[in-house]
Design a protein. Structure first.
Length: 461
């Protein structure tokens, strides 16, 4: 009896899985679950790609006045650069989402980085407005291929309980890129001048384009939640799909997708409009700040963006009620904040009010990442990319339209404090639209589905 017990116990201990390799007593035909160390590496490569994309996207926030001088155009024409970039980013959202569903993120991230690098190199050497616009157009197309594919990697490599945190950390990576586009980029323009600064950005991005091909796999051999193993990790997983039109229509019919769309619009679009191009002209034209002072205030907003994403994810967690509250709370905060700034008599607000307002704007932008979680929880796995693309259209469509309208109102930029204040009213308008739209979609259908789905996580891959 003793010998039999010894024989049974001896091979049992090594079965414990710690590093992703099967023990001696494990079934040799069973693939191990992915180790978190490998998962963090794969996601980290994608997060760096998104950081770089945000740096490119927001670079004109500080470099805007330099761009006006470099290309010899009026300040109001700057809206064309950002709007073209964001229009192409927006136009690529649905194709990018469908690519995320049908093809793996590994090659798509590499292609996106390569396109952004090319665009930034064109922008560095551009001496005319058309050439500069061509460069920004390429940046917009490459940018569109990053974010949804980073979320795709997170969905594939991490268990469902970590998905809200991973979405927030992805936003955190983007916030670091936006942070680098403020004072650090201002220092680069001061010391390396126009061509040197954007040449450096393009060169670094070109080198990083190799990283996804070397370090990233689309999915582990066995998904982290124990789903049946798919094909090889380098082979894109192509599930059965409906037609593109039906996929998008079905995603939009879900109240949670519409709520995410309006939450994204109300919480993110004010930050995009201000940080991407019009923050410095507004603060110099309406608030009387110098450009370095305006860049410092934008830095406060960027820091708030950096901190708020992960913090909000931890506070909200998987709780459906908190998620609904955040869906209305962040658009309400941006609406209130910009109502104060843009309805202030005489336009010039106390400096502390301005700093707090930009900080609140950055905080709400960090919280806007929860909009993707709102839509993801109500979406089937094969359509999560389409739902995420529609949500992403909320903030960016508002930013594109708002930037164009503000540029039209500002003209040559020499309009005075009150006129500059009034030109920024589209920021308030889209924040309010996001708040009202989110309230209507929540009341009409997201409450029962959220309650029903909160107990059972939905696959993100």
């Amino acid at each position: 009896m003793q010998g039999r017990r010894t024989t049974i116990a001896a091979p049992a201990a090594p079965v414990v899985e710690r590093r992703g390799r099967p023990g001696r007593g494990a079934d040799p035909g069973a693939a191990p679950r992915p180790g978190l160390r490998r998962a963090w590496l794969v996601w980290g490569v994608g997060a760096v790609a998104y950081l770089v994309a945000m740096l490119h996207r927001m670079s004109l926030g500080v470099a805007g006045t330099d761009a006006a001088e470099h290309f010899g155009v009026a300040v109001g024409a700057l809206g064309a650069f950002t709007s073209l970039q964001l229009v192409l980013y927006l136009a690529m959202q649905v194709p990018a989402g469908l690519l995320a569903d049908r093809f793996g993120p590994r090659r798509t991230l590499a292609i996106g980085l390569a396109i952004m690098a090319t665009g930034e190199l064109v922008f560095a050497f551009a001496s005319s407005m058309p050439a500069g616009l061509a460069g920004r157009a390429l940046v917009g197309v490459g940018d569109a291929l990053t974010f949804l594919n980073v979320l795709r990697l997170a969905h594939a490599w991490f268990p469902q309980r970590l998905q809200p945190l991973l979405a927030a950390l992805t936003g955190f990576a983007g916030a670091l890129g936006q942070l680098a586009s403020t004072v650090p980029l201002e220092l680069g323009l001061r010391n390396l001048e126009w061509t040197g600064t954007f040449l450096l950005l393009g060169g670094v991005t070109a080198v990083l384009a190799v990283a996804p091909l070397v370090l990233v796999r689309d999915r582990p051999a066995v998904p982290p939640d124990g789903r049946p193993p798919g094909p090889d990790a380098d082979t894109p997983l192509v599930p059965e799909h409906d037609t593109i039109g039906r996929t998008l229509a079905a995603a939009w019919r879900r109240p949670a997708t519409r709520q995410g769309f309006f939450m994204h619009m109300g919480a993110l679009s004010p930050f995009l409009i201000v940080a991407a191009v019009w923050g410095v002209p507004y603060m110099t034209g309406a608030q009387g700040l110098t450009r370095p002072e305006a860049a410092s205030v934008l830095l406060v907003g960027a820091l708030a963006f950096v901190v708020s994403g992960p913090l909000v994810a931890v506070l909200v967690g998987p709780d459906a009620r908190r998620l609904r509250a955040a869906g209305l709370g962040f658009p309400a905060a941006t609406t209130t904040t910009w109502a104060v700034l843009l309805l202030w008599p005489g336009a010039v607000v106390p400096h502390v009010v301005l700093v707090v307002a930009i900080a609140v704007t950055g905080t709400c932008a960090g919280g806007s990442m929860l909009a993707f979680e709102v839509a993801r929880r109500a979406s089937p796995a094969a359509a999560s990319g389409a739902a995420g693309a529609l949500v992403n259209c909320g903030g960016f469509s508002a930013a594109v339209i708002g930037s164009l309208v503000i540029g039209h109102f500002l003209g040559d930029g020499d309009r005075g404090a009150v006129a500059t204040q009034h030109a920024m009213l589209p920021v308030l308008a889209f924040a309010a639209i996001g708040l009202v739209g989110g309230a209507l979609t929540t009341d009409r259908g997201t409450r029962r589905p959220s309650r029903r789905r909160s107990a059972a996580p939905v696959s993100g891959d």
